[in-house]
Design a protein around this ligand. Sequence first.
Ligand code: ZN
Length: 508
Amino acid sequence: MTTETHTVHGTAYDRLLDLSRERALLESSSGILGWDSETMMPTGGLEYRSRQLAQLARLTHGLATDERIPELLEEAAAQEGIGPAEQANLGQIRRDHSIATRLPATLVEELAKASSIGQHEWAVARERDDFDHFRPHLEHLLGLSRRKAECLGVPEGGEHWDALADTYEPGMTAAGVEAVFTPLRERLTNLISDLEQSTSKPSNAFNEAECPIESQEAFCRMVAGALGFDFERGRLDRSVHPFCGGSHCNDVRLTTRFQPTEVNDALGSTMHETGHGLYEQGLPFEQVGTPLGESVSLGIHESQSRMWENQVGRSRAFWTWCAPHARSMLGGAIGGLSDDELYQGANIVRPGFIRVEADEATYNLHIMIRFEMERAMISGDLEVGGVPEHWNRLYTDYLGLEVPDDRRGCLQDVHWSMGAIGYFPTYTLGNLYCAQFFEKALEELPGLEAGFERGEFGRLLDWLRSNIHRHGRQYPPGELCERVTGRPLSSEPLMNYLEGKLRPLYGV
Ligand code: ZN
C-alpha cells in the first residue's frame, strides 16, 4: 500500500506506518468478528469466538508495544521530509505506544478479568435489584482503576480521573469538564422546569402509534440512504443494542432495533448510528491503518451521530421533507398525522429514570450525575456503599424525580461494571461539540435548513467531510473544535439550540 504522505521506502517513518497498518489489520478483523457476534453468530459459536477475539487482542497488544517503536520514533523525528501530517502521525503513534506500554501486563489481565466478572455480577445485581451484590465488585474495579490511573500518569495538579478519561477523550480533565458542565446545568435545569410547567404541551400521538417492523425497517433504510450513507461501503442490520462497527471506511456496519410501538426510537437510533457511520465512511482511505485514517475521540464521534439524530432529525425542516415519506411508508395511524404532529412527537421532553431512553435535553443531566459520582468515587470522596443514596439525591435535585429502585437507579448502566471510568462525559461533550459545529455550519452555509426541507443533506455532509472527517486524528479534540468554530468548547451553542427550539414548541 502506498500513501501520499510518504514515498521513500524503508525509512523509520515507513516502518512505523507498516507496524501501524499491521495492527489495524488485526483490529479491523476483531471489528468484523465483534459485529458478527452481535448480529449473525449462532449462540453455539460464543466460546470459540471469545478465544478468537482474545488471540487477536494478544497479537494486537504485541504490535502496539513492539520494542522497535521508541527507536524508530526517535529516528523518524530527525528524518527529512517530515511535514505536519507526518508529525501528527508520529505524535499519535507515540501516544498510543506510551499508553500501551505504561500498563503492566498483570494489571491489564486483572482488569480484563474483573471487568468480565463485574459485568456478569452487575447483570445479576440489576436483575435482583440488589446493589449490595454488586458493591464488592465495584470496589475492586475502582481499586484497579486507581492503579491504572497511576500507571498512565496522573497529570500535575490533576486527578486520577483525568488519566482515565484521557484514554477516551485526549486532553479531557475533570476541571475542564466541570467548567462547561456547570453553566450548562444551570440553564438546562431552568429550561426543563419551564417546559414541565407548560400548559400547551406538544402532541405525543406519533409515539403512541403502532407500525409493522418491516415498514419501519424500509423507512429507516431509506432515511439512512437519503442522509448520504453509502450502502456500497456499509450495511444496516438489527441488534439488541444499536451500534456502529465494522472494519474500515469502506466496510462500515450499522445496526438498529425495532419494536411495534417505538418508531421514533428506531428512527432516532438509525439516524444516530448513521451519523457515526458517515464519519467512518468519511475517513481518508489512503490513510487507512494509520492515525490519520482514524477517528479523533469518542466525543467527536458522538458529535457526528448527534448532529444527524438531533440537529437534523428533530428539526422542523427535516420533517417537512420526511413527513410525506413517513405517512406513505409507515401507514396505519401514522398515515393520519400532520407534519407538525410528527415534528412534535420527535421533540417530547420528559424527565425519566433511564438514561438511554432520555430526550436530547434531559439526557445531559443524566450524564452530569454520573460524572459527579464517578469523579467522587475514584478520588475516594464517595464510598461505594453510599452510591445508591447519593444517586437518588442527585436525581431529585437535577430531574425532580424520586428513584423507585436501584434497577432504575444506579444499577442501570453497564459502564462502571466494565471499569469504564471517565467514559460518560464523552456523551455530553459530543452534544456540546455537535451544537457548536452545527452553529458554525449554519453560519457558513446560508439556506442549509431550507435544503433539508427538500431532502438535501449533502451540503452538510460535505462540510463535515472537509472540516472534520478528512483530518483523521491530525488534531486533538479541543484543537479541532477551535479550528472549526474559532473558539473553545462552550455550553452556549447547545443551550441556544435547545431553547430556540423547545421554548416555542412548549409555549414557554
Ligand atoms: Zn453514539
